[in-house]
Design a binder for this molecule. Structure first.
Ligand SMILES: NC(=O)c1ccc[n+]([C@@H]2O[C@H](COP(=O)([O-])OP(=O)(O)OC[C@H]3O[C@@H](n4cnc5c(N)ncnc54)[C@H](OP(=O)(O)O)[C@@H]3O)[C@@H](O)[C@H]2O)c1
Length: 244
């Protein structure tokens, strides 16, 4: 398997898609460097991976802090001598109608979903250049293609992620690969993120009706990573068959 032995750092690894990706890649022989803010969950995940015979380390990472991404990349190099893949997956979705004026939550979405991704690029790109090899995998959303009421700011951040990753791909050259994953409705804690009770209830109802397992997104990420170095899987959309 061409993913075997790869050193993969994942942000937002403490739950949902990030956690599922860590477990799958570890099973397939990758060495994991896991970041998020909830270190208790990360430590538990490292423990589960190691007990199953895999290799993982973790660090507290807040992606809004530039230095935390540099520290995550440094940890990969220190422990494993290199970084092959950065999965920029951390994201928040406290969605609400614009009329609610939940401006702090707009700020949070911009800071985590957009700046968090940029901080990862800033930390890993020089390392990928030096190694003459590397792979950015970033989690956008089908909200990058379809805006719906209450989704304006969140969708805006995911459109931005798509644009940034496409620009990165064009500039990357032949040695750096760039994959953007666009999940549809996935069964994670994400549905509880809205602080608007009406929106939260609506989203939770949709989740229970149509959401797919985070394992499907993990498999799409593994597919992109495991393709040969000369193959760049750029955009992968994975949504529930029932999602319009
Ligand atoms: N679930 C869906 O339907 C869906 C659909 C499309 C796209 N997505 C995207 O998928 C990604 C993962 O979300 P999920 O669905 O797996 O939800 P989740 O279970 O809530 O996971 C979000 C992850 O992001 C981390 N995170 C949030 N803020 C962070 C910060 N400031 N610094 C570092 N890590 C932070 C969280 O860890 P800590 O809280 O421990 O820091 C957590 O590990 C997000 O980018 C989301 O936008 C989700």
């Amino acid at each position: 398997m061409s993913g075997e032995g790869k050193v993969v750092a994942i942000t937002g690894a403490s739950s949902g898609i990030g956690e599922a990706t860590a477990l799958l890649l570890a099973e397939r022989g990758a060495r994991l460097v896991l970041g998020a803010r909830r270190t208790d969950r990360l430590e538990d995940l490292v423990d589960r991976i190691e007990r199953a015979g895999g290799t993982a380390v973790s660090a507290r990472v807040d992606v809004t802090r530039r230095e935390d991404l540099h520290a995550l990349v440094a940890l990969a190099r220190e422990r494993f001598g290199r970084l092959d893949v950065l999965v920029g997956n951390a994201g928040v979705g406290p969605i609400s109608p614009l009329d609610d004026l939940r401006v702090d939550e707009w700020d949070e979405m911009v800071d985590v979903n957009i700046k968090g991704v940029l901080h990862g690029i800033a930390a890993a790109l020089p390392v990928f250049r030096e190694q003459r090899a590397g792979h950015f995998v970033t989690t956008s959303s089908t909200a990058a293609f379809t805006v719906a009421p209450a989704m304006a700011v969140y969708a805006g951040t995911k459109v931005a992620v798509r644009a940034i990753c496409e620009g990165l791909r064009q500039e990357a050259g032949p040695t750096v690969r760039v994959t953007t994953v666009f999940p549809g409705f996935v069964h994670t804690g994400f549905a509880e993120a809205s602080s608007n009770p009406v929106v939260r209830e609506r989203i939770a109802g949709m989740r229970d009706e149509i959401a797919i397992s985070p394992d499907s997104i993990a498999r799409a990420i593994a597919f992109a990573i495991e393709e040969p170095a000369e193959v760049d899987v750029n955009e992968v959309v994975v949504r529930p068959a029932a999602q319009s």
